[in-house]
Design a protein around this ligand. Sequence first.
Ligand SMILES: Cc1cc2nc3c(=O)[nH]c(=O)nc-3n(C[C@H](O)[C@H](O)[C@H](O)COP(=O)(O)O)c2cc1C
Length: 179
Amino acid sequence: MKVLAFAASNSRNSINKTLVSYAAGLLEAGMVDNPEVEVIDINDFEMPLYSIDRERREGIPEQAHQFYQKIGEADALLIAFAEHNGHYTAAYKNLFDWASRVDRKVYQNKPAVLLASSPGPSGARNVLKAAKESAPHFGMNVKAALSVPRFFESFDVEQDRVSSDEIQGQLKSVLASLN
Ligand SMILES: Cc1cc2nc3c(=O)[nH]c(=O)nc-3n(C[C@H](O)[C@H](O)[C@H](O)COP(=O)(O)O)c2cc1C
């Protein structure tokens, strides 16, 4: 199974990138059959701020096509959402908006596990809820979702692993839904 994984954050120290990379490692360790997991960085798909005028003037940037193609080549998606003021980060929203101009069904009917984390008690649950509810309209087959609150209490950054048995169990359970 070819899995495309990424954090919907452009932070160089993204906790969601840490989380999604760890989850990708669990998949590679045998949670799915013949795993082939690629973790991409959305910084590699940075584009100018979407505007209909820019699109008319200059067309859709190559990065939007490349991101859409990456999704198309995968069998499944693993995405960890960072929350900014209750919603997607501007970086991901911009990437998503451009990709939606390639094809509104950005997620191309792929099965997906959605994660989200924040340092606070809410665990980015607002953005996770928004993603879970809206993604099916954009062609995502949402298999499971998990919010990880208080990231730095649940994840040992030094050891690069989940330190909470409860979260580890929940993570394995949502990842198993890709099988
Ligand atoms: C502009 C801004 C808005 C934020 N809004 C929220 C929020 O609404 N809910 C939340 O749980 N955390 C919020 N945070 C804190 C983020 O959860 C925290 O920065 C986290 O590390 C972001 O994920 P990332 O490291 O993967 O980018 C916000 C941070 C910034 C910079």
